[in-house]
Structure formats: structure tokens, C-alpha cells
Design a binder for this molecule. Structure first.
Ligand SMILES: [Zn+2]
Length: 156
């Protein structure tokens, strides 16, 4: 598998930030891999995914602190993702944690959120997983806007 380097920055990824290591076994590159390696490995082992995108989209993270699942209000989000489960309520979230639970959830759906942390999206291509991530964040922005409209209405 190819995964980003531990502690690298999304805004300035270079070729040297891509680490090649095993899905099932460690090698000399393994210590260089992202702290989320265990989650990515579990997803590749337990689902048909050929690509995984992990991100911290702010509106989705905000909703993950308030809800137990995200149900898109917009047609595109609903069609693409359906319900997005939020995992890790009542557990201390650390990097690489919940690997088994996340992989299990991604057998049923394309995207899962971790409470107060971020999203894991799968696809056959990296572009699919990236699209899922941006669609999730767009849907979450719409949900947040709807919530702020509802708050405005009750104040009138
Ligand atoms: Zn993260």
C-alpha cells in the first residue's frame, strides 16, 4: 500500500511524502507511515476498497460532536452516501484507534466519521474517496446552515 508520511502536511505534499509499506506486514518503511496506518490497513484487509481518504473536514467534525449519524439533507449527498455513521462515542479517540470498528462500518457504507476527529472514505479510485469526502463536507455545511436558519426562526 501507499500512504502519506507520518505528520506530513496536506497543503504541501511531495513525492517523498508517499510511503510504500505492507498491508499485512511491517517493513523498514512502516515507522515512516501515517499514524492512521492501522486504520488504513484494516480497511484494505476487510473491505474491497482500493483507496482510502482520511480527512478532518470542519463541518463534518462539528456534527460528529453533536450527532450519532449524519443524514444528508441535500439530494446529492443522500444519493451518494446515505447515512454516515459516527463511531467512537464514549471512547478516547487517538490516531490509529478504532481500526476494526471503522473497517467494519465501511463494509456497509462508503464513508464513516470518527467522533470529534475526522472522516474515512473509501473507493475504487483515490478520486472516488476524495469525492466522497468533499460531498460529505458539502452536505454537512448544508446541515449546519439549516440548523442556523432554524435557530434564527425560533428567535423571531
Ligand atoms: Zn486524523
Amino acid at each position: 500500500m501507499i500512504i502519506t508520511r507520518r505528520s506530513c502536511h496536506l497543503g504541501c505534499l511531495g513525492e517523498h511524502d508517499l510511503i510504500e509499506t505492507g498491508i499485512s506486514r511491517n517493513d523498514r518503511n512502516t515507522p515512516l507511515a501515517s499514524a492512521e496506518l492501522a486504520v488504513h490497513r484494516a480497511i484494505y484487509q476487510q473491505t474491497p476498497a482500493l483507496a482510502v481518504v482520511h480527512a478532518h473536514p470542519p463541518h463534518a467534525v462539528a456534527l460528529s460532536l453533536a450527532e450519532t449519524e449524519i443524514v444528508p439533507s441535500d439530494a446529492e449527498g443522500l444519493e451518494m452516501m446515505g447515512r454516515v455513521p459516527i463511531l467512537g462515542w464514549h471512547t478516547e479517540v487517538r490516531a490509529g484507534g478504532l481500526a476494526v470498528e471503522i473497517a467494519q462500518a465501511l463494509k456497509q457504507c462508503r464513508i464513516a466519521m470518527v467522533h470529534g476527529h475526522g472522516s474515512f472514505a473509501t473507493g475504487q479510485l483515490l478520486e472516488d474517496a476524495h469525492n466522497g469526502t468533499t460531498t460529505l463536507e458539502e452536505s454537512c455545511r448544508v446541515i449546519c446552515l439549516l440548523k442556523s436558519l432554524a435557530v434564527g426562526q425560533t428567535r423571531q
